[in-house]
Design a binder for this molecule. Structure first.
Ligand SMILES: [Zn+2]
Ligand SMILES: [Zn+2]
Length: 215
């Protein structure tokens, strides 16, 4: 072999054995030249990675835990304002007019706005009928038709009271007694159960007449 040709094997920096050049990494940067290789052979590199990995992963896990702990402490530090979660009704504040905006869409998709009491806004968010848009505004999640379909499908058209087929919406706490048209307060009911429940409290039944949504 010509002595000016690069050798086809070289000693490994780690195990000191002669290994084919293809098992070494190419040099990069200032000392790079065609065919020049560096460091440990492939076998030694793999062995080192295998040994290192579990520790490295564990160390990173510890680091993440520490970061989470730090963030937690930061949040509970006194004098730090508590940042409410996106749907925490505590985020809602009255406008200068002393009310909160509620917006929604009609069955036909037309947008509407309405001013409501803060207390009602909080209830609607808590009972999953609305979400917070900003501190002065909530958005009603369902139009009348959408709400009706949502409840009936959620309850599989099964009457909450007797287990038979149902296709009416019953307010557990009647609207006349302060109940609202929300997923939490409404269930699917058959016509008979809806009627007999209403009959038990005629006054409530009379007040439940009229358009479906009436907050
Ligand atoms: Zn080696
Ligand atoms: Zn029933």
């Amino acid at each position: 072999m010509d002595e000016t040709e690069p050798p086809i094997t070289k000693p490994c920096a780690s195990c000191k054995q002669m290994r084919p050049l293809s098992e070494f990494l190419r040099r990069t940067g200032r000392r790079a030249s065609a065919g020049s290789r560096r460091g440990a052979c492939r076998t030694c590199r793999k062995a080192r990675i295998a040994k290192l990995e579990p520790q490295t992963i564990a160390a990173q896990g510890e680091k993440v835990k520490t970061e989470v702990e730090k963030a937690r402490q930061l949040r509970t530090t006194p004098h730090m304002p508590t940042i409410p979660l996106p749907n925490d009704p505590a985020a809602l504040k009255k406008t200068r007019q002393g009310t909160v905006w509620m917006r929604g869409k009609t069955d036909k998709g037309r947008r509407w706005y309405q001013e409501i009491e803060l207390e009602l806004a909080v209830t609607l968010v808590n009972e999953h009928a609305a979400v917070i848009v900003n501190r002065h505004t909530i958005r009603r999640l369902f139009s009348n038709k959408e709400f009706r379909r949502y409840i009936l499908e959620r309850d599989n058209h099964i009457c909450y009271f007797c287990g038979e087929f149902g296709d009416t919406i019953d307010h557990m706490l009647p609207r006349a007694k302060g109940g609202h048209t929300t997923p939490l307060n409404c269930v699917c009911a058959c016509n008979a159960c809806n009627q007999s429940k209403a009959d038990q409290d005629l006054h409530a039944f009379m007040n439940n007449e009229g358009p479906f949504f009436k907050e």
